[in-house]
Ligand binder design. Sequence first.
Ligand SMILES: [Fe+2]
Ligand SMILES: [Fe+2]
Length: 147
Amino acid sequence: MEIIKWSKDLESDVQAFNGEHKFLVDTINNIYTLLKEGKKDEAKKLLVEKAVSYTDKHFKHEEEVMERYGYPKEELEKHKKIHRFFVRYVVETLAPKIENGGDKEFRDALNFIIGWLVMHIKNMDVKGYGKWFKEKGIEVPDKMVEI
Ligand SMILES: [Fe+2]
Ligand SMILES: [Fe+2]
């Protein structure tokens, strides 16, 4: 079941990050499917153990690349802060809600994560560094972070 569909506006010219974003989208879709099938424990595990740590790795990868190619400092700091906010919010606020709540809490948390990720990829990744790298003619190597 696809709750998020991959679309062109989620893509930039940075293939490594497109690959990482696609992996995140697939993971969220898998979590959603598990939840629908009533496999709540597996869904929880996939979200709290795998998706969060992959997201964190992906964020660090983006930050490291933006820094390496001289992305404007103010923008970089803003981007980093937003990444940190999201990880902290998921770990400290959403994970306990999922842990202690029922299906509704889980679905609400997933919906928040989906909305946030899609917005972030479109507005800060694609329209932020994606546009900037393109304007500067910078080609970022294709290597994705290890899972
Ligand atoms: Fe991203
Ligand atoms: Fe980002």
